[in-house]
Each structure stands twice: as C-alpha cells, then as structure tokens.
Design a protein around this ligand. Sequence first.
Ligand code: SF4
Length: 383
Amino acid sequence: MTNYSHSKLGTFQQCKYKYKLQYIDKIKVDIPDTVETFLGGLVHEALDKLYKDLQFQKVNTKEELIEFFEKLWEEKWTDNILIVKKQYSVNNYKDMGKKFIGDYYDHYKPFDQTKTIGLETQDFLDLGDGYGYHIRIDRLGCDKEGNYYVCDYKTNNRLKAQGELDEDKQLAMYSLWVKKHHPDCNDVKLVWYFLAFDKEMVSERSDEQLEELKNETIALIKEIEACEDFPVEVTGLCGWCTFQSLCPAWKHKYEAEAKVFSDDDGVKLVDEFAKFKDVKKEAEDKMGILREDLIGFAKQKGIEFVFGTDKKCSVKEFDKVVYPENKEELIELLKEKGVYEEFCMLCYPRLNSKILKKEVDKEIIELTSKEKSFRLSLSKRGY
Ligand code: SF4
C-alpha cells in the first residue's frame, strides 16, 4: 500500500518543487525544524502526558505540566532551530507554550468532558486502489451518547473561521477512519482547540460529504503519481520552507548573502528599480492633486491657459460620455442597430492566454508567432 498523509498531500498542493525534494528525492536538510513546529510538538507532548497520566488516575497540577514542558524545551532545543520572525526571542516562544498549556488546563480541568479512548492515535486508512491515508489523531474521545470526538490542538496564531473548518480535509479524513473502526459511533465531531485563543471550535460532516472527500483525495493522489513536472511556487510560506537554500527561486538571495549583500549587482538593481517605482507612484498621486488644483485655478480665473516658466498648460473642458454601469443593454442595442462590430475592441490579454493555451482554432494560432519577453514585478522580499 502506498501511504499519503495530510502534510504530504498539502506539500504537493503548496509547492511541487518542495514535494519533490522532500518526498521523492528525500533530501535531508541541516535546519531540522522551525520554532513554530518545535513549540507545537512540545505542547502536544505536554497535553498528551496530561491525558495519558489521567488514564492511570494521576492528575498533574498545572505547575507540574508546565514544568514538564519547560524541561522538554531545555533538553531538546538546539541553536539551529529556525526562528523566522527575528523580532521574537526563543523565550517569547517558550512563554507562549507555557501560556497555552496553562490556559488549556484552567479551561478544561478536571478533563472529564469526554472519555479518552486514544492518544496520538496512529494508523492507516485503506482508501482502496492500493492507497493508504495516514491517521494521527491528537486525542480521540467519546461520550455516553455514542458521539466520538476527533480532537486537534492548534498552536499557531491564526484563528480559523468556521467556514474554513467546515471545509477542512484532515480531521474529516480521520472521521472516516473513526467510523470504520468504531461502528458503534452515532456521530463524529471534529474539534479544534485553538490554544492561542483558548477557543474550541467544532465541525461535522455527512456521509455524502465524506464519500466525496475520499474520492477527491484519491484523485489528488493519482495526480501526484502521474506528475512529471515539479515547478517552484513562491508564496508567503517560503519563509518557513526548510528547503529554501536548495530552491532555485531563492538562489540569488543565498549568493548575495554569502558576500556583502549590499555590494551585489542584483541587489543594487532591485533597490533602484523599487525606488523609481515608488517615485513613479508618488508622482502619479501628486499629478492627480495638481490636476484638480489646475482645473480649480482655471475655472476660478475663467481662463483656458495657465502659464508656467517654460511651459503653459491648457485646461479645456469637454463633454465626456457616461455609460450605464450595466453594459449589456448597450451592447444589445449596438448589435440591434448593426454597429457593434464597428466599436468593439479586441481583448489582447484574453486572446494571448487562449493562444498560449491552444484554446483557439489552429488557423488563428498559425497566424501568430511567439517570442520571449519578460514581466517584472516587485513584491515583499520575504524571509
Ligand atoms: S522555498 Fe518556496 S518555492 Fe522554494 S521549494 Fe520551498 S516552498 Fe517551494
């Protein structure tokens, strides 16, 4: 059976190049972890201990649990763990973990909301066609009414909207496994604990939705297995990608950082390009204001020409046609009157895209040719 996990499928959807490095080439990188992953892992370990000990009738105090977390932190922390947000220190992250555990403890003590029947549950869900889906449930609980609870602890600083959770695939896939392995279950509730917000959110799925999700997952796996092209996909998530130093999209950053960054020719070119872009934007804003002021000046004086040192500016009033917002009626009328062709314009961007995708008639494609060109765009540098 070929097995896939939520993160493996997610990596493919995020960046195919990263997927290739991680899962096909199986490249090991020097940076083992990001601080967010490290923090999340230890908070999970502490909450796992809390419920594991409870199964043996041992109730940890809040202080004991936080102490356990701190001890793990000291033992496992290494200096090559990546801190992307440089404005925060290691201790900031450690304090976050302590707060997450403390808040959770105060909220749920004595932890009898549901009966724990599984902790860090690991298994594979057979999807058929020789594919398996990795199951790893933080905590599986149940109540007397036969409801099962797939519980997931979240340590990131983003509270998801209910709509997002209702679309979430990971816990929904886990619920397929729960239904299969616990046929007595009446209902499966998907529960997220957003520890940074001390907030619990719940979602559910119908059998039809789960069947559809299973089919979508199999289709995605088949797409992965048929994939031959693994391009880079630069997004805001690149800052957390441990393969960044091996990625062609970030090659120049690493080359420039290996010497005096500001001396690099590429760095100088981008800095200057960005500066003039800003100047252009400022100039455009200023031109807008000057335009209004000049119109006001000419109107007030009742003149058509305003004189400067070397140039004069003509301010001419004219009748501008204002069309209705909804253009359909106008288009229909132009067609009806037989003049539409005379006034309609070719949309070159749309035609370009159709030609490149070969979505227009062959004869049209053959009438055109292709040449290499460049599009430059500036964005935030990223981490
Ligand atoms: S740095 Fe970004 S583009 Fe490069 S492999 Fe990682 S996720 Fe993909």
